[in-house]
Design a protein around this ligand. Structure first.
Ligand code: NAP
Ligand code: ZN
Length: 352
């Protein structure tokens, strides 16, 4: 396959810059997708800057991007789910062994052989997989999602990671009408968590460090907004939550949230700060609280989430940018200055 335009970073201190990469020739099960939009996830930034080196060392050059929507431009001979011209989505997963218990249960994200969209071993070309800040991608049809035609494409892209990463734990922990649910951090994941928990008819409370996001939080579906640096406001919610979803990307005090859980309440971390968090034992013991984590979601559940979003007209709130502004977007994301997800218009790469 000819060279493919992309943006990559050459080291943990390098900005993203134009490059060309190779994609594999289509195998019989592969789909080739021209990428139209790709969301910018905070995980892209953690990975580009090698902030998770203790758990997953970044291999350079890295091409990030795992919130991909596009059009199918070619299919292998055995492909049955997609044809040329179809809309298609790709999230964080591009392969798994397909045989382990996790895969059998549709939980490919926990397969020991799972291959992520970038920075995982590439079984076809060697090296590591390269993500969605690129003109196109070639991927096994098992990992391609159907995108409902009626949704706004730049705003659909973030559903492929931010959407499923919040949908899955909200479902797993039984968030429904009558439950009091907290969402900590109103960024890309957080704002999707608010929209989804609201759609599940929970009572939603947003915790933010940015007082300027209060109005937006209410518009997005929150019933209440708490500025988390205000101790008196926090105390009003003591021992009252069924479930809290923590989406914060940086070190922070999770004990301040454990203390807000009601009996048997759960706090789930989806945010992935590189440094360990401190947990006060008595804040778990006291109310039989639990603390857990959650990783994206399996392929079937991702499709379920996309179909749910189409039915309820839910997409991300996006600021569409040309790829030439990607480094500026990273800096703004670090300052919590995103409303509420950047979505890269990949035509800007093609005309670069
Ligand atoms: P994001 O858009 O940057 O949002 C993070 C939000 O956290 C910010 O908007 C801010 O919200 C809050 N925040 C940032 N720094 C903070 C600090 N020092 N103290 C308290 N709050 C702070 O990032 P994202 O794309 O939503 O990703 C969030 C995290 O989830 C990242 O660590 C990412 O790697 C991780 N992630 C995990 C999974 C998974 O499968 N588990 C999947 C995707 C992403 P306020 O301004 O409202 O305070
Ligand atoms: Zn992500």
């Amino acid at each position: 396959m000819p060279d493919v335009k992309a943006y990559s970073a050459a080291s943990e201190t390098s900005p993203l810059a134009p490059t060309t990469i190779r994609r594999r020739d289509l195998t019989e099960n592969d789909v080739q997708i021209e990428i139209l939009f790709c969301g910018i996830c905070h995980s892209d930034l953690h990975s580009v800057r090698n902030e998770w080196s203790e758990f997953s060392e970044t291999v350079y050059p890295i091409v990030p991007g795992h919130e991909i929507v596009g059009r199918v431009t070619n299919v292998g001979a055995s492909v049955t789910k997609f044809k040329t011209g179809d809309l298609a989505g790709v999230g964080c997963l591009v392969d798994s062994d397909g045989t382990c218990n996790n895969c059998a249960e549709g939980l490919e994200q926990f397969c020991p052989e799972r291959i992520l969209t970038y920075n995982s071993p590439d079984r076809h070309l060697g090296g590591v997989t390269l993500g969605g800040y690129a003109d196109n991608i070639v991927i096994d049809e098992r990992f391609v999602l159907r995108i409902p035609e009626k949704l706004n494409l730049p705003a659909v892209a973030p559903l492929l990671c931010a959407g499923i990463t919040t949908y899955s734990p909200l479902r797993h922990w039984g968030v429904t009408k009558g439950k009091k649910v907290g969402v900590v951090g109103l960024g890309g994941l957080g704002h999707m968590g608010v929209k989804l928990a609201h759609a599940f008819e929970a009572h939603v409370v947003v915790f933010t460090t940015s007082p300027g996001k209060t109005e937006d939080a209410l518009r997005l579906g929150a019933d209440e907004v708490v500025v988390s640096r205000n101790t008196a406001e926090m105390e009003k919610h003591a021992s009252s939550f069924d479930f809290i979803l923590d989406t914060v990307s940086a070190p922070h005090d999770i004990n301040a949230y454990l203390t807000l859980l009601g009996r048997d309440g759960n706090l789930t971390l989806v945010g992935a700060p590189p440094e360990p968090l401190k947990v006060a034992a008595f804040l778990l013991i006291g109310g039989r609280h639990s603390l857990s984590g959650s990783a994206i979601g399996g392929i079937a559940e991702t499709q379920e989430m996309l179909d749910f979003c189409a039915k309820h007209n839910i997409t991300a709130d996006v600021e569409v940018i040309p790829i030439q502004k990607v480094n500026e977007a990273y800096d703004r994301m670090l300052r919590s200055d995103v409303k509420y997800r950047f979505s890269i218009d990949m035509d800007s790469l093609r005309s670069d």
